[in-house]
Design a protein around this ligand. Structure first.
Ligand SMILES: [Zn+2]
Length: 377
């Protein structure tokens, strides 16, 4: 049976979430095996997927089980060991050098960056979600005329402690938002509308395009990398509005802002993302959680992403959330796929072994270290 190859390639996971701290039963585990908001139809299981098979294949041995045993044995053994022990084993075995943790999604249910660092033995830094910053600010009773300045100040204040910002504009109306910085009067009017809705009892969920754009431009002004969700996500997003190609005019408008733009996930638009990364000097991409979800087909997807993406423009991320299996499979699968892919290119005589090793180090960790200035702070 094939074993892990490429072991030891240093990795920075530049977009990841914490692990759930609660004990997980079978429905709890299955819910985390899919981006779907709903359980598998009665009589079927989320384990019948590329990701489910990958867990039985690659994670089982870390729980002292034979590879590819039944899913029920895996779930039983996981419960026997307990979530904390399973997380510790899988996170440590992932061998990730640095985690850049998005703290904006279900932060009460999952480990904070410091806890993820303690469980894995590797440092974790925070990436702040712009919509969450705006929602916190609005929830604390803002003033419409001052909202623009207050949000800018909150973003700049965060910049002192975080490694980057993230926007989920793709989930909140899509990526075809107006490309340019909104005017102050527009922002004040939009803030007035939103704050009135909150006063009327609506939940603090930022959907307004003007305010989302204001947050994005405030983040660009800090010079820190701006991560944008693109492509495949849960049912809250609309796939056709998450195509990164919709960002073309925004990327033209933002190219001299001084901040890198990181296209996250991208699948099934990873080729579009590669084209944008090739065109725009400030644009980077990854293939994120898709590699976990496509399981045994991940090397093929990674190969497609690498068709056009310049080698100094691709990064590694797992987008793992909740289950440490995802953190582990993401890292070990990426190393295995990259080793396979570059190995084939070397065998074909297309690449030299030293180029293959150098490019692998760039994609695994070097590009992230450079763009997020991990050595500096
Ligand atoms: Zn994510």
């Amino acid at each position: 049976m094939v074993t892990d190859s490429g072991t030891g390639l240093p990795l920075v996971d530049h977009h990841v979430h914490g692990v759930l701290t609660a004990e997980l039963d079978r429905p709890g585990i299955e819910a985390l095996l899919t981006e779907s908001n709903w359980p598998a139809p009665p009589g079927t299981t989320a384990f019948d997927s590329q990701l489910g098979f990958a867990i039985r294949r690659w994670c089982a041995p870390l729980l002292e089980l034979d590879p590819l045993g039944p899913a029920e044995d895996y779930v039983r053994r996981r419960l026997e060991l307990g979530s904390t022990e399973v997380s510790r084993r899988l996170l440590a075995a992932a061998g990730v050098g640095t985690w850049l943790v998005d703290t904006g999604y279900q932060s009460d249910a999952v480990t904070a960056p410091a806890e993820l660092a303690a469980l894995s033995g590797a440092p974790a830094r925070q990436v702040a979600r712009l919509e969450s910053i705006a929602e916190r600010l609005a929830g604390s009773g803002g003033d419409a005329a001052r909202f623009a300045g207050d949000l800018t100040a909150a973003v700049h204040q965060s910049a002192a402690t975080v490694s980057g910002f993230k926007s989920i504009a793709a989930y909140r109306g899509g990526l075809s938002f107006a490309p340019q910085r909104p005017r102050r009067t527009e922002v004040a009017a939009a803030a007035g509308r939103w704050l009135r809705q909150l006063d009327a009892g609506q939940p603090a969920r930022l959907e307004d395009q003007v305010l989302i754009r204001h947050g994005i431009w405030a983040a660009l002004d800090t010079g820190l990398p701006l991560q944008l969700h693109t492509g495949y996500g849960d049912a809250d997003s609309r796939l056709h509005r998450a195509d990164p190609a919709l960002l073309h005019d925004f990327l033209l408008a933002s190219q001299h802002a001084g901040a890198p733009v990181m296209l996250l996930h991208c699948y099934p638009y990873h080729r579009q993302a590669g084209a944008l990364a090739a065109l725009f000097p400030h644009v980077y991409m990854d293939v994120g959680e898709a590699l976990n979800h496509v399981g045994a087909r991940s090397a093929a997807v990674l190969a497609e992403a690498l068709e056009l993406t310049p080698f100094h423009k691709m990064l590694y991320s797992s987008d793992a959330f909740g289950l440490a299996e995802l953190h582990y499979l993401g890292a070990t699968g990426f190393r295995r796929d990259l080793a396979k892919l570059t190995g084939e290119l070397v065998a074909d005589g297309a690449w030299s072994p030293s180029d293959a090793a150098r490019v692998s180090r760039l994609i695994g960790a070097g590009n992230a270290a450079r763009v997020y200035r991990l050595g500096d702070r």
